[in-house]
Ligand binder design. Structure first.
Ligand code: SF4
Ligand code: SF4
Length: 58
């Protein structure tokens, strides 16, 4: 399982700096998580002011 970033993202960039495996980068309209790199540590969810990162069940 990996995390994904939902539409609440305001592109502040906090999660990109916090991710321990550099899985987060700016995408077309918001930040995106590379699910091949994500280790589901939850750090992005804890630093995000918008609650945008969430577990991706798919
Ligand atoms: Fe990075 Fe952890 Fe968020 Fe995955 S859950 S994108 S590893 S901070
Ligand atoms: Fe978007 Fe939250 Fe990451 Fe900021 S910390 S870029 S609002 S997902």
């Amino acid at each position: 399982m990996a995390y994904k970033i939902n539409q609440n993202c305001i592109s502040c960039g906090a999660c990109e700096l916090a991710c321990p495996v550099n899985a987060i980068s700016m995408g077309e309209d918001r930040y995106v998580i590379d699910k091949e790199k994500c280790i589901s540590c939850g750090t992005c969810a804890s630093v995000c002011p918008m609650g945008a990162p969430e577990p991706d069940d798919e």
